[in-house]
Design a protein around this ligand. Structure first.
Ligand code: SAJ
Length: 434
């Protein structure tokens, strides 16, 4: 199938890189977002998100004349839906007395509805948003049928999840293997024809529900693996063992690959997606449910460690280093570091947080430092929450000159306790009971 013009609905972390990459590969692209501020920002040639390389790609897309943005869709050969599927803020499910979170699919519903007036025979519609199994068949297809056209016979419909890693989106978009699940084999083939315009990785065709499950399985596998690492950290703490050393040794086994413990699991993917399985089949998912619970409880484990190290937290001044959800990104959404700060404050500590990737961030209820000096200058203790490269390369002797603190808590195994001891710091590491 040939594609001269496509319409991408949702210009966020996935939609914008995807839309601009299609445009730089010669396709006419209309990028659509319901938020007029985003549309205005892009029309000015600016971007609203931070992702390495994105500014250049968007500029090239605009300069090529192939990329336009609007708040409403238009007729096209293909429609891509890349809108957020967060949790419902005000609804939850319950199974056997256990509460679980529910996906808020309203943005997908609205995007599908917005396509209906423009859908024509022979078009392709692709859902990219992470969704509970059977969404393509049971939510999207019936909405699109309001056009009078049937998915699979009159137009093609497919599910193709994004699997790119924030921080490396533009490279992974092109290089990663891509799965395309069609409601029919012809729909999968049409999806493969579309993405082969820029994807260099393997394109694997399957059915829509398999593709939905694949996406959720990948992130759930990672979440469960991190949960076991976090539980190992708690056990190592109890048994006087260094979990990092133990994991390093265990991982020398050819069939073992344990991930890293830390202050918890954040971001908009791994801490969210496993719930999509739980909400659709709570009776089948006790392991997935409990892994989520373990990872969500990890910030509290960090607070217990800080308490053991520092004693009573009331009135103590703590410099919290890092608020992003993971190293070297500026994304503070669903960040366990932020949760740790809130919990420390609940215990009466006075926390000042420094996030070098978002120095001007205004975080409700958190006092933000202007720079590292500002965070450290009158601290009683330093708590390292994210392994940003900037923090990993800190020279403890320099830090010594910046702070009266002698205690550091490292939740991400970044600072060498011996080196820091030479500078007069006592470093407690998460998962180290030695
Ligand atoms: N984390 C740990 N220990 C680890 C690895 C990660 O505690 O060993 C924490 C991180 O600090 C972070 C969270 O987990 O808080 C998630 O980070 P991540 O780097 O594992 O993943 P994301 O959420 O940035 O991106 C994931 C990726 N999925 C997989 O690797 C299977 C990415 O490929 C997906 O495209 C993305 O989710 C998504 O959009 O679904």
């Amino acid at each position: 199938m040939k594609f001269n013009k496509i319409c991408v609905l949702g210009l966020g972390y996935i939609g914008l890189p995807t839309a601009s990459t299609f445009a730089t590969h010669g396709v006419k692209v209309l990028g659509v977002d319901v938020n007029p501020h985003i549309v205005e920002t892009l029309q000015r040639g600016d971007i609203h998100i931070h992702e390495p390389g994105l500014r250049d790609t968007v500029s090239a897309a605009l300069a090529s004349g192939n990329f336009n943005v609007s708040t409403t869709p238009a007729q096209a050969d293909a429609f891509l839906i890349a809108v957020p599927t967060p949790f419902h803020q005000d609804q939850s499910g319950e199974y056997n007395g256990l509460k679980y979170k529910l996906a808020d699919m309203r943005a997908v519903t609205s995007a599908a509805e917005a396509i209906v007036p423009f859908l024509r025979k022979g078009n392709l519609v692709v859902l990219e948003s992470t969704s509970p199994p059977r969404t393509t068949l049971e939510l999207v297809a019936p909405i699109l049928a309001r056009s009078g056209l049937q998915a699979g016979s009159d137009f093609h419909l497919a599910y193709s999840p994004e699997r790119v890693l924030p921080g490396q989106i533009l490279r992974e978009l092109i290089e990663n293997a891509r799965v395309i699940g069609g409601v029919t084999p012809a729909s999968a083939q049409a999806g493969a024809d579309l993405y082969s315009i820029f994807v260099k990785g393997e394109i694997v065709q399957t059915d829509a529900t398999t593709a939905e499950m694949v996406k959720l399985m990948e992130n759930t596998y990672r979440d469960v693996n991190i949960a076991i690492a976090n539980e190992f950290a708690r056990l190592a703490d109890k048994f006087g063992v260094d979990v990092w050393e133990a994991i390093g040794i265990a991982n020398r086994h050819p069939r073992v690959k344990i991930l890293n413990p830390g202050p918890g699991v954040g971001g908009h993917c791994i801490s969210v997606d496993p719930w999509f399985f739980v909400e659709t089949a709570p009776e089948l998912t006790p392991l997935i449910f409990n892994a989520r619970k373990v990872n969500d409880a990890q910030p509290q484990f960090v607070v217990e460690l800080v308490k053991r190290t520092l004693g009573e937290l009331k009135g103590k001044k703590i410099a919290a280093l890092g608020l992003a959800y993971k190293p070297d990104v500026d994304d503070l959404r669903e960040s366990p570091a932020t949760e740790v700060v809130h919990l420390l404050q609940k215990e009466g500590a006075k926390v000042k947080a420094w996030e070098p990737f978002k120095p001007d961030a205004a975080m409700p209820g958190i006092e933000m430092a202007r720079n590292l000096d500002d965070a450290l200058k009158d601290a009683d203790a330093i708590v390292l929450l994210v392994r940003h490269t900037d923090f990993a390369s800190l020279n403890p002797l320099k830090v010594r000159e910046m702070t009266p603190a002698h205690i550091a808590v490292d939740t991400v195994n970044t600072w060498d306790p011996t080196e820091w001891a030479k500078a007069g710091f006592s470093v407690s590491r998460l998962g180290v009971g030695k």
